[in-house]
Design a protein around this ligand. Structure first.
Ligand code: FES
Ligand SMILES: [Fe+2]
Length: 341
């Protein structure tokens, strides 16, 4: 591996062989949508209910296809009106008149794979080496879903993943939200590798101020919560929080789209089974998570160099950093698999 392979930037070539979020499902309507992924402009549109995704460049004069128009089946280029189907094949070339043969090279450049899952659209630009992550609660009707607005930040996807998995920053970065309830010391916890994914589990005491059972004398204020983090490489993250005494489960999905060297789009979604269909409670939960994210971004956007160091000797690690060290191992293995040693 060269030195540049040891620093995972948002446009590292190894990331082309991975799944990435590119939009919320609700953002892809009939019209074409331009998105950026790994510095590559892509166009998304719905063709007969399937989402089609191609490089956003017409094969004719390289105009952005996202300027064009869709009819639910095909996409017409805004420049000379060439029309393409959901497979990327040109099916009409107006300047040659009706019924004319279309040159076989008049095809759009496809991505390797597209999938819709957990309310998101995911794309793998080239044959993916790691499977797409899955949040089981997103398919469970006993959980209600909520979405934070997507946020664009000057940030590294690798560092944002690192931050999501980090256990030791709560009392400092999140002093204004939930950090005050956390102990600064991180007791030893377990990390389990699972192929291109890993899970970190931790149970810790916290003050459950939202539990009405505390006021009623049914339960103590200080209760336990079980945190289960999972990363699916490269940047598909989830945190499941189980409230041990009071019951109830909160799941946070965190999906990172490395748009370009300096830009990342961040999608956060919540699934909860403890709100009894109360829209106000979900709105309050979303507002709270937004505040938490803004606290994190204040640090993440201040990094001068945007990338995740993969060489374990580049930083100082402690036992409190087991989960974020595992992130570097998984992503280092990914870079080695795709780019060679
Ligand atoms: S550039 Fe698209 S049809 Fe000419
Ligand atoms: Fe945080």
């Amino acid at each position: 591996m060269t030195n540049s392979d040891l620093f995972l930037t948002n446009t590292h070539p190894a990331l082309r062989r991975c799944w990435h979020p590119v939009a919320r499902s609700s953002e892809v309507q009939t019209g074409p949508l331009r998105v950026m992924l790994l510095g590559i402009p892509l166009v998304l549109f719905r063709s007969q209910d399937e989402i089609a995704c191609f490089v956003d460049r017409c094969p004719h004069r390289h105009a952005p296809l996202s300027l064009g128009a869709c009819d639910g089946i095909t996409l017409r280029c805004a420049y000379h009106g060439w029309r393409f189907d959901g497979e990327g094949k040109c099916v009409e070339l107006p300047a040659l008149g009706p019924g004319a043969a279309v040159p076989s090279q008049a095809r759009l450049v496809p991505v390797a794979a597209v999938a819709e899952r957990s309310g998101m659209v995911f794309v793998a630009p080239e044959d993916p080496v790691a499977p797409l992550g899955h949040i089981v609660e997103s398919d469970d009707p006993t959980f209600e879903a909520g979405e934070l607005p997507a946020i664009r930040a000057r940030a590294s996807a690798g560092l944002l993943a690192d931050n999501f998995l980090d256990m030791a920053h709560f009392p400092y970065v999140h002093r204004g939200t939930f950090g005050a309830d956390e102990a600064a010391e991180v007791e030893p916890y377990e990390v389990t590798r699972d192929g291109w994914a890993f899970i970190a589990r931790r149970e810790h005491p916290f003050a459950n101020r939202e539990d009405p059972g505390v006021e009623q004398g049914l339960r103590p204020l200080v209760q336990s919560r079980r945190l289960t983090y999972r990363l699916d490489a490269p940047f598909h993250l989830q945190l499941r929080i189980d409230f041990v005494e009071a019951g109830g489960t909160n799941v946070i999905g965190f999906f990172l789209q490395p748009e370009s060297e300096e830009s990342c789009r961040i999608y956060t979604a919540l699934w909860r089974n403890d709100l009894d269909g109360d829209a106000n409670s979900m709105a309050a939960a979303i507002k709270f998570e937004l505040e938490v994210l803004e606290e994190d971004l204040a640090v993440q956007e201040a990094y001068e160099e945007l990338g995740l160091p993969l060489d374990p000797r580049a930083e100082v690690h402690t036992r409190a950093d087991r989960s974020t060290l595992e992130l570097r191992r998984v992503l280092g293995d990914l870079v080695r698999t795709v780019c060679g040693d």
